[in-house]
Design a protein around this ligand. Sequence first.
Ligand SMILES: Cc1ncc(COP(=O)(O)O)c(C=O)c1O
Length: 399
Amino acid sequence: MPESAAPSTASPQRPPLPLRPEVEGLEGSKILEVWRLGFGRSDLIPLWVGEGDQPTPDFIGRAAVQALHNGHTTYTHKRGWPDLRAALADYAERHYGVRPVDEAISVTSAGMNAIALIMQAIVRPGDEVVVVSPIWPNAPAAARIAGAQVVPVDLDPLPEGGFNLDMEKLASACTSATRAIFVASPSNPTGWMMEREQQRQLLDLCRARGIWLIADEVYHRFVYDRAVAPSFLAIGEPEDPLFIVHSFSKSWAMTGWRLGWMYHPPSMALVFEGLIEFSTSGAPNFLQAGALAALREGEAFAAEITASCATGAEIVHGHLAGLPRVTIAKPQASFYAFFAVEGMRDSLAFAKQILNETGVGLAPGSAFGDGGEGFLRLCFASSHERLEMAMQRLQPVLR
Ligand SMILES: Cc1ncc(COP(=O)(O)O)c(C=O)c1O
């Protein structure tokens, strides 16, 4: 399910005729399974999804409402308003010192849609897509829907908490069938972040072996020891086999707007124009005014939300690190704590137990692939009062 959605509680029914096997075989979300248990509970503290508890700032909302009143209600440019694309080139230049050409930028109906469009563009039935795991399940699901076999490469948990990517393991997971490597950095759910040197090695690997690299950088502002996370944008060449996925959801509290963008090879502008035309036919017209306001006037808000998450990380780490059964590193990036609990064999069962006993909603680590078993994920983008309250409730059950 989308990180934030309240899904239907209706039990699934069999369709009258078979569906595509890729769709029949899709696994249900384990976060959703826990969510169903907590539905309607009045004391619930939901820390299971990827968003905080504050609404979109007013200046963004006002810009969209104004555009609505001004008649921006028609079909519009498939790859997004030209001035929005120009603002996205400015944004890249401001943060990474690189200005992509207009043909390298497409506005999408959020980051998820960008990922699905990329998979549609490149995946052939039977291709393999290697994913750095544990991973937000929507990305591998998009690869599977497009017909790929997903090959997870697990990050290695460090004894003191935190994770490491073994580049040799990643390279040896690639075969002649590998079409793409997907890496989210900063990562959901682990908070791991790829440093520049590994980025160079990975890009070189993809160049040498003719593999597409899909870099999900939607959390690039959520990093706690520097201004922004390292980006492939800073090291890529325009016609590298490289896609960079971004979103308005996280940095400007716009999860419900469903707006994102991607940087892609300029030679693919017409490909994405077509794929967008034949799916959403473009991100909603007047909402793009909100996105433009976010880019032009939203630096202070993005900095504030990151600073608030930095405090959220301190709160969560401060409480959980002292518990003998918990192994947690100080979160370095993204807005998730992904912590191991000694003796926990089944994270889904334990997340349900925690919900029942405390009313705190956490995501089971197994929702992010087999390598996530043994862990729980907690989103610390909520208000500090809420986090403190959650910590008081969690301590007895995690002790
Ligand atoms: C790693 C990652 N990539 C992409 C997305 C997509 O975000 P959206 O579709 O809201 O833009 C999310 C959402 O939680 C995410 O965690």
